[in-house]
Design a binder for this molecule. Structure first.
Ligand SMILES: [Zn+2]
Length: 192
């Protein structure tokens, strides 16, 4: 009985062309397009060790950083930015210290102003004291002038005459100042 030749299914490969056993995994539909793309690229010879390292770093979230620091343009831009940041920080330190000095100056000025304000208040109260002393002295002065220059005669109602004295007259051996009217009346009385 002759052996029946198997015609169904895939023809078995010759022994020397048999592939090594491959891992079999079930692929979730969500990531299937990615795996297919990767397999396609692998067939085209486009997947190297570097590609895999790159893909792994993408999965680990370190890819961007790595690629930024591998790109000389990016590195020089980063260096430039860092330089600018340092310059800005230096400027900030300078303006901070200027501000601190200004605040100190303002504080000193405020203290100075408060001191001056106190001086002004003090001076004002002194001035008010002097003003009232002046008023009292002026009053005394007026009273003294009145005593010195007003008529010294006593009127009929017993009050001192307030007219300006114009004449000197001697009464009972004392020299007194009197007004024109009292000078006349005193002279008349002396004649009687
Ligand atoms: Zn008089």
């Amino acid at each position: 009985m002759p052996t029946k030749t198997e015609t169904r299914g895939r023809k078995p490969l010759p022994l020397d062309k048999k592939k090594a056993p491959q891992a079999t995994v079930k692929i979730n539909n969500f990531i299937l397009p990615f795996v297919q793309e990767l397999k396609g690229n692998l067939k085209k010879g486009m997947v190297s060790d570097e590609t895999l390292v790159g893909l792994f770093s993408v999965l680990k979230g370190t890819e961007q950083q790595a690629s930024v620091f591998n790109d000389p343009d990016a590195v020089s831009i980063v260096a430039e930015l860092q330089e600018k940041i340092h310059a800005l920080e230096a400027e900030k330190r300078i303006s901070d210290s200027k501000l601190a000095k200004q605040q100190e100056v303002s504080l000193n000025l405020a203290q100075e102003r408060d001191k001056e304000h106190l001086n002004v208040v003090h001076t004002e109260s002194k001035l008010n004291g002097l003003k009232s002393s002046y008023r009292l002295l002026k009053h005394d002065h007026a009273a003294l002038l009145h005593r010195e220059h007003d008529c010294m005669a006593i009127k009929g109602d017993g009050q001192r005459c307030t007219k300006k004295s114009t004449n000197d007259t001697v009464q009972n051996g004392i020299l007194i100042h009197v007004c024109v009217q009292h000078a006349k009346s005193l002279a008349k009385r002396a004649q009687q």
